[in-house]
Design a protein around this ligand. Structure first.
Ligand code: PLP
Length: 361
């Protein structure tokens, strides 16, 4: 069996033990005689799967009791609309920190629904850092403040949790959820598409404080109303059954490894190996300022577009896959999510050294 080190930003690698467990249960799950893919979501067997997934996620992230966990469809991008529809219900104002492409998209979508402003942005500096904010950065009557906690495309992450006072903080954690412990109580809502650290694409996780639900704007589509989804245990309609099952296996894998403290240590060890190498030489440049560096998505360039392209194609030949940067920014990006083994990063650094010697700039 050939498995490459897959540095894709998403969908991305799943832990091998999870894939193997899923393979062993693919055709018949337990004593059901059917695949989870074929199972009605109204059966006891499936209700146990989704119930366990929820329970395990609450345990791993230490999610307080006054927060609901929802398993939704539509990807993180659907949340760009669902957030304003559900939460922009008081003053009709919302403040966005735009620190990358996805927070920009979230801002553009929210503008359709009310008075939305950019409270802070690093756009003029090509998103090479995460802007600093304090309480005075936000309008005191904003219904919520929105951030993207880890910027997948540019390779930056918030080095701090913004202090928004009483204003609920909403965070897109698509590319960093489960990579380290987070204090959920500091957020009104967290959402994440699954296809990086959680499961195959198809399920979107929403973690929301209970008091923020039940006030959706009247035009909110039923499928986007958090209260309706919560009241129906994420089964108002057919949920993304198989992705939720895969998420449950990933949660079990994280618990077996020792939880999010261990995950954080493992991720920092991988990222340090790569950043230490980047800082030790001058052939490659890492554009993101040190304080804002992401542990999940590491971006770097040679400064020569043709060399960058060659880098990705030569790397692929030796089993280091999908290292080209996002199509909008170029360069290279190594996404080193939870499932990327340390050996994958070692192999990447060794390849980077060889490449620099072989193709002097
Ligand atoms: N937000 C972040 C931080 C992302 O990385 C992505 C996708 O890569 C999205 C949102 C969009 O997610 P989806 O494709 O699930 O809509």
């Amino acid at each position: 069996m050939k498995r490459v080190f897959n540095f894709s930003a998403g969908p991305s690698m799943l832990p091998l033990p999870v894939l193997e467990k899923a393979a062993s249960e693919l055709v018949s799950y337990g004593d059901t005689g059917m695949s989870v893919m074929e199972m009605s979501h109204r059966t006891a067997a499936y209700e146990a799967i989704i119930g366990d997934a929820q329970k395990l996620l609450r345990e791993i992230m230490k999610i307080p009791d006054n927060y609901k966990i929802l398993f939704l469809q539509g990807g993180a991008s659907t949340q760009f609309a669902a957030v304003p529809l559900n939460l922009m219900n008081g003053s009709g104002k919302a403040d966005y920190i735009v620190s990358g492409q996805f927070s920009g998209k979230a801002y553009d979508e929210a503008k359709k629904y009310g008075d939305v402003v950019i409270a802070a942005t690093s756009k003029p500096d090509n998103f090479t850092y995460v802007p600093k904010t304090d309480r005075s950065s936000f309008r005191p009557d904003a219904d919520y403040v929105h951030i993207c906690y880890n910027n997948t495309i540019f390779g930056s992450k918030f080095p701090y949790i913004p202090d928004t006072g009483d204003i609920p903080l909403v965070a897109d954690m698509s590319s960093c959820i489960l990579s380290e412990p987070v204090d959920v109580s500091k957020f009104g809502m967290i959402y994440a598409g699954a296809q990086k650290n959680v499961a195959p694409a198809g399920v979107t996780i929403v973690i929301i404080r209970e008091d923020l639900m039940g006030k959706a704007r009247p035009e909110t589509p039923t499928m986007l109303d958090y209260k309706i989804m919560a009241d129906n245990d994420s089964m108002y309609n057919t949920p993304p059954c198989y992705s939720i099952y895969m998420a449950k296996l990933v949660f079990e894998w994280i618990i077996e490894l020792g939880g999010l403290d261990v995950m954080k240590q493992m991720n920092e060890k991988k990222a340090n190996l790569l950043y230490d190498y980047l800082d030790s030489q001058s052939y490659y440049t890492a554009p993101v300022q040190k304080e804002s560096r992401s542990v999940m998505n590491v971006t770097f360039v040679t400064g020569d577009d043709a060399l960058d392209k060659k880098f990705a194609s030569e790397a692929k030949k030796v089993g280091l896959d999908t290292l080209a940067g996002h199509r909008s920014v170029g360069g290279m990006r190594a996404s080193i999510y939870n499932a990327m083994p340390y050996e994958g990063v070692e192999a990447l650094v060794a390849f980077m050294k060889d490449f620099a010697e072989k193709y002097p700039s």
